[in-house]
Every structure is written in C-alpha cells, then in structure tokens.
Design a protein around this ligand. Structure first.
Ligand code: B12
Length: 492
C-alpha cells in the first residue's frame, strides 16, 4: 500500500506567521503532528509520503503513486481541504479523513470515502481491521477519550525539518477548567491525560537525533493541567535530558495559575521553557465571571504576568472583546492592560461561539448564533450577535488592533517585557538563518519600515540594558511586522 498523507494549506492569519517566517527562510511554523502520529499507527510495511501544502506542492505524480490519501487539518483549512479532496477524487484516489476539521463538520464531507473521526488511537484500529477484512465503513466515531500511553512516536522521518520554524511534541490532552467559549473540554475532556516521561523523552530524542536544535512547542491544551505530575515526573526528566544537550528551547500553553507556583515556574525555566501562551481574555471581572474563566478571577492579572516574566518565561496572551458584560470602555481598558503587561504577542479576538461549546448552546438558545464559525478567532469577524451591537464591536476592535500593533505602542511593549524578563540560561544556538534574519530585519524594518526609528532605538536600548536578549528583541520586532501586515490586509 502506498499512503499519501496530505495536510491542507493555512490561510494567512495571525497564527500563520507568514510574514515573519520569510525573515528566517522558513516556510511554515510547525509540522502537522496529527498526520505524523497517524502515520506511525499505520502498518509498518506500508510506504508513506507526506505532502504538507504549507511547505510543498501537491504533484500529480504523488497522486498517481498513492493507493490511498489520508487528509487531516483544522476548520481554518477547510477551503484547501476541499480542493485536495476534489483533486484526489478526480484522480480516483480513495480518501480517508480525520482530525479536528472532519470531526467538527463530518456532514460537509460526504465525498470522503472514510471519515475516521475523534482520536485516532480509538478509531483507526477498527478502520484498519475492517479494511483488511474488505469491509471498511464510511464513518468511525469514538465514545470517550483515549489513553495517551497508546500514542506512538510520530514518524519524524517523513518531515523535512529545515522548512519549519519549530518542531512539536504533545505531552497531554485535556484541561481541568471549563471556559464557556472554549471547545477543549468537549474535544479532549476535563482530565489531563498524559504521556509518560519516557514517551516524551523518546520523542525528544528522535527530534534531537535528527539534528534539531531550535524551538520545540509542547502543543498541550494546558501544560500545567496536572502540576503534581509535572513537578515530580516530567520536569525532572526534562531537566535531566537537557544536561548534555544544546539548544532546543521549549514553549507551551498554560493557565494563569502558573503564576501561583514559583517552584513550578523555576522548574519549567530550568527544563528549558522560555515562553508560554496564556488565555488572559479580559481585565474585566464581570466578563471573566460570565465566561466561567474561574482561574483568572479574583487575582491581579497584571501582577501574575509580571511574576511569570520575572521568572524567565515570556507571556503570549489571548484576549477577547464582545462579552455580554463588555461596554464600549472595554477597548481602552484592554489596550491599557496589554501595554502595562508587556505582552508583545497579544492575540485579540472578537468573541465567537465554536460549535460544541457551552457558549454556542447558550447563544443558540437565545437565537444569537447567526453564521458558521470561521475557525479563526483573530480575524475581525464573529458568528454571534454581540450585546453591544455588531457595528460598535467591529469599530472598537479595529481601533484597538490598530493601536496595539502600531510601532508607537508595540515597541515600548517589547522594552517592557525585555526589561522584566529574567535572562535565560538556555538559548537556541545562533545559526546562519538567524544571522541572516538579523540583516533582513535591519534592512526591511530598519531601512524600509515606517518603524525604522523604533527598531534602531530598540536595538540600542537592548544592547545597553539586556545585551543577551538582542536576538529576542529582533524576533519580537519581526513578529510586529507580521501582525501589522495581517491587520492591514484583513482587519483594518
Ligand atoms: C499546535 C496547534 C496549532 C498550531 C498549528 C500547527 C500545525 N501545523 O498543525 C498553531 C499554533 C499554528 C495553531 C493555530 C491555530 N489553531 Co490550533 N491547535 C494546536 C493544538 C494545540 C495542537 C495540535 C496538535 O498538534 N495536536 C497533536 C496531534 C497528535 O493531535 P491532532 O492533530 O488532534 O490529531 C489527532 C486526531 O485529531 C486525529 N487526526 C488528526 N489528523 C488526522 C488525519 C487522519 C486521516 C485521521 C484518520 C486522524 C487524524 O488523530 C490524531 C491522534 O489522535 C490544538 C489542540 C489540540 N489539543 O490538538 C489546537 C487546535 C487544533 N487549534 C485550533 C484553532 C482554532 C487554531 C486557530 C484557528 C486559532 C485561532 N486563532 O483561532 C489557529 C489557526 C492556524 C492558522 N495558521 O491560522 C482548534 C481547531 C478547532 C477545529 N475544530 O478546527 C484546536 C483543536 C484548539 C481548540 N481549542 O479548539 N494551532
């Protein structure tokens, strides 16, 4: 059997980092970990090829080589997935599809031969055995969630690592919290299901042995879902692992209660983590109450961010406007919070209701869900009727985006975070690509860019105050360029 694994193209969005990747000569941010994991679950004797449309083209000769196509992806890749399916159909190829897009919208893909949905650890074995017996079904669904002990090491040899900015590893799935707008608990459950430290180390060894020294994303829904296990099992193993290793800086996603545990923060930094994405959502207590973001309530959110920065982790933050309790003053309050926090990568979205969330159910009961969920919560659209009125929300959102990414606000935030961050001991070795990125940014931002004054002032400031963070300063300046371009093209 020849299996072609195909990953659809992402549109340009805040998260694609398309405009930033050009500086470092990379084509995509991350490899398709879901498909690589699936590949490892298929019979060893089957030949496998991966075509990730974010770094490759899908050629006719790939299609004619294959006996079957396996397609994965998320809702935001819907359009590209539909095109891939049409091409596979036209060349008479049987299609197996799974992953978040198809699990969320199976009814929209009637032309797919086999929809192997939910977690593949639970559904793929039945499909494979039915296939062997000559009676594969159209749809495979699972009840409940799998045990991650069964998850194999992704087939990393299918990927050309050099084309990506980061590699990825999944330690856990699920989140103990229950935010109203988030679909993580319905997709992955309330309990954090974890791999053993041995599994994680084996995955890291594969990536390291393939020559990778740059960043690695722990793609967990909430990395600190089980703090005890982290402190006693995983982090000690990671600290031990990196003793004889170079580079490989980690980043992940976690909840704000990370700030309450200094021991955990110190261990994460020692293990090589340098940044963390956190859902801050809103500085307004009534909004946090409304969306059941209990972990963010009754705390000084600014102070929590500062604690994390001072411990050595840069905070990237998610923010939402358009809650029922939001009044027009929210936009300025969010801007003030973001500026004071020094959160450079501030991903601000308008409240959206993804199907499967409690928010979706509530707003549907109130007849306030008006269109399909776009799959992207940072694109200046929403599928709901906001209480403050759609026009007012869009206007406020646009003006907020314009302000937070304008060089006048963006560059001071970089200086705030650099000033607060504890200088890391573990860094990515400087390679030719990153060296080149420095010159490209000097030219693009420092000569051509409207921000040229801010750019050189930042470099000078960093050289004086935090010389070991110059490379981070350049990286953050490049992010700013990406955010501004996306804003200009799609939001403003
Ligand atoms: C890493 C990640 C990203 C990376 C993408 C990297 C990449 N190249 O894929 C980044 C950071 C760029 C990203 C961005 C976004 N993401 Co994202 N992301 C994740 C995250 C945290 C991990 C994905 C992962 O690697 N999982 C590990 C693998 C092993 O799991 P998996 O992919 O689900 O695969 C399993 C099954 O789904 C299945 N499977 C997968 N593929 C296939 C294929 C076949 C044929 C079969 C049979 C089975 C199968 O088997 C696997 C093993 O069980 C998930 C949350 C999560 N826990 O999965 C969200 C998630 C996928 N992201 C999501 C979203 C919404 C986004 C954004 C749109 C965010 C936003 N701002 O709105 C952006 C859009 C991206 C863009 N470029 O514009 C949603 C998708 C929802 C959906 N139904 O589509 C998720 C589920 C998070 C959530 N809470 O809802 N994301």
């Amino acid at each position: 059997m020849n299996i072609l694994l195909i990953y659809p193209k992402f549109p340009d969005t805040f998260w694609s980092f398309a405009y930033a990747l050009r500086f470092i000569g990379k084509k995509a941010a991350l490899p398709p970990l879901g498909l690589l994991t699936i590949a490892a679950m298929l019979p060893e004797e089957w030949a496998k090829r991966l075509v990730d449309l974010n770094v490759d083209c899908l050629k006719d000769k790939d299609l004619s080589w294959a006996d079957m196509a396996f397609v994965g992806g998320m809702v935001i890749q819907r359009k590209s997935a539909q095109q891939i399916i049409a091409r596979c159909k036209a060349s008479g190829l049987k299609i197996v599809a799974g992953g978040p897009l198809f699990t969320a919208e199976p009814d929209k893909f009637t032309e797919v031969d086999h929809l192997v949905l939910d977690e593949a650890e639970l559904t793929l074995p039945s499909f494979l055995s039915d296939l062997q017996n000559g009676c594969p079904k159209k749809v495979y669904r699972a009840k409940g969630f799998c045990d991650l002990y069964q998850t194999p090491i992704p087939l990393w040899n299918l990927v050309r690592m050099k084309r990506y900015a980061s590699m990825s590893i999944q330690f856990s799935r699920g989140c103990p919290f229950n935010c109203e707008f988030c679909n993580v608990t319905s997709l992955f459950g309330h309990r954090s299901r974890m791999k053993t430290p041995q599994q994680v180390i084996a995955e890291l060894d594969h990536i390291y042995d393939a020559g990778w020294r740059s960043s690695i994303f722990f793609v967990d829904d909430n990395f600190i879902g089980n703090k005890e296990y982290l402190k006693t099992r995983l982090l000690p193993a990671l600290i031990e692992w990196r003793k004889d290793k170079k580079g490989c800086v980690f980043f992940t996603e976690a909840s704000i209660n990370l700030a309450d545990d200094q021991e955990l923060l110190d261990m994460m930094v020692k293990a090589g983590f340098d940044s963390v994405f956190i859902g801050i959502e809103s500085p307004d207590e009534a909004c946090l109450m409304e969306c059941h973001k209990n972990q963010n309530k009754n705390r000084d959110l600014l102070q929590s961010v500062k604690i994390i920065h001072r411990s050595g982790l840069q905070v990237m933050g998610g923010f939402i406007v358009g809650f029922d309790h939001d009044t027009p003053s929210i936009f300025q309050r969010q801007i003030d919070f973001i500026q004071k926090s020094g959160i450079v990568a501030a991903m601000v979205g308008m409240l959206q209701a993804p199907p499967g969330t409690r928010l979706f159910d509530r707003l549907q009961r109130e007849n306030r869900v008006v269109s399909e969920f776009s799959g992207d919560n940072v694109n200046g659209t929403t599928n709901i009727i906001p209480k403050m009125g759609l026009e007012r929300l869009i206007d406020g959102y646009r003006s907020m985006m314009k302000q937070i990414y304008s060089p006048n606000n963006f560059y001071p935030r970089i200086r705030t975070v650099l000033g607060e961050l504890r200088t890391p001991d573990i860094t990515i070795p400087l390679d030719f690509q990153r060296f080149l990125a420095f010159f490209r940014s000097g030219f693009r931002l420092g000569v051509w860019g409207k921000e040229r004054f801010h750019y050189w002032y930042l470099l000078l400031w960093t050289l004086i105050h935090k010389p070991r963070l110059v490379s981070l300063a350049v990286t953050l300046a490049i992010y700013g360029h990406h955010y501004r371009r996306i804003c200009e093209r799609y939001i403003l």
